[in-house]
Design a protein around this ligand. Structure first.
Ligand code: CP
Length: 326
């Protein structure tokens, strides 16, 4: 089987293939009759142990529009609440003869483990603080639609880097597509070891959001990605007050005005869900430069593309990674 567990599974050519197919799927999405027969007879299990609005529903819509049978299982409603292990849960469902698992789990690496336990394809829909590859694909797709090629573009990713699986996947995809990336966060929200990581992979780090936005620390910013402050993964001590965080690292109304004055073509992204008033002001979330809803729309097309490449025409593998021995 082939899986999508990490953005590292896709080289630049494979990313391009997925994004090009997504563009075709986006056309399907705009049609009055959206359903295509591509995945007729396939069964896709959305297995979500963490909450989700965008990812789960867009995978379900993507599967349904391609005529697959999609089934949603959540941690709360499954036998895991009676103590069944993740391994037993996925092996049980796999034994029913399903074709793919789309998995979100609170533990980093959970999807890799599942890929070793089942015969079906596994797609990582977010594992702990590790990765969220389809989010990175839809982000790249959305930015490219507005900016054209990302080659040589400067993308700043701002906020709660310590807990962000989105940033890990985006770093890989953006760099493979030729973008320069700067990560901006307070020291308390930088993951440990990030300095060595930045040196190895060639991205920039800063604690000075205004310096980055004003181009004082290098190239002007073409796209700004604000990350959600993940309060559910924090036990306190990351910043003293919400106000302090917003003043230092939020895309506030004055920061937005300054940014748009410098570059009216600036692109603003947020993976969602947004904490309006904390990392992003309502003005910025709803600004003409905000692509938040374009990202959501692209999510369906990108997930149709991923399902297509993993599940349709399985004899002619296109993208993804292989689990040896399964
Ligand atoms: N961006 C994202 O993964 O959102 P959900 O948690 O709603 O799926």
């Amino acid at each position: 089987p082939r899986h999508l567990l990490s953005m590292a599974d896709l080289d630049a050519g494979a990313i391009r293939t997925v994004l090009d197919t997504a563009a075709q799927m986006h056309d399907v999405q705009k049609r009055e009759v959206k359903k295509i027969p591509t995945l007729r007879g396939r069964t896709i299990i959305n297995l979500f142990f963490e909450d989700s609005t965008r990812t789960r529903s867009s995978f379900e819509i993507a599967g349904k529009w391609m005529s697959a049978d999609t089934i949603n299982i959540t941690g709360k409603g499954s036998a895991t609440s009676k103590g069944e292990s993740l391994r037993d849960t996925v092996r049980t469902i796999d034994a029913m003869g399903v074709d793919a698992f789309v998995i979100r789990h609170g533990a980093s690496g959970a999807c890799h483990q599942v890929a070793g336990w089942v015969d079906a394809h596994v797609i990582n829909a977010g594992d702990g603080t590790h990765e969220h590859p389809t989010q990175a694909l839809l982000d790249a797709y959305t930015m490219e639609r507005r900016l054209g090629s990302l080659e040589g573009r400067h993308v700043a990713i701002v906020g709660d880097l310590a807990h962000s699986r989105v940033v890990r996947s985006n770093l890989i995809s953006l760099q493979r597509l030729g973008a320069h990336v700067t990560l901006v966060a307070p020291p308390t929200l930088m993951p440990s070891g990030i300095g060595a990581w930045a040196e190895r992979d060639g991205f920039a780090l800063s604690h000075d959001l205004d310096g980055v936005l004003q181009g004082r620390e290098g190239k002007a910013v073409d796209a700004l990605m604000m990350l959600r402050v993940q309060k559910e993964r924090m036990s306190g001590g990351y910043f003293s007050t919400a106000r302090e965080y917003t003043v230092g690292y939020g895309l506030t109304r004055p920061r937005l005005a300054d940014l748009v004055e410098r570059n009216p073509e600036i692109v603003i992204c947020h993976p969602g869900p947004m904490n309006r008033g904390l990392e992003i002001s309502a003005d910025a979330a709803d600004a003409a430069q905000s692509l938040v809803l374009d990202q959501v729309s692209a999510g369906v097309a990108v997930r149709m593309s991923v399902l297509y490449h993993l599940l349709a025409g399985e004899d002619t593998p296109t993208v993804g990674t292989t689990t040896e021995g399964s």
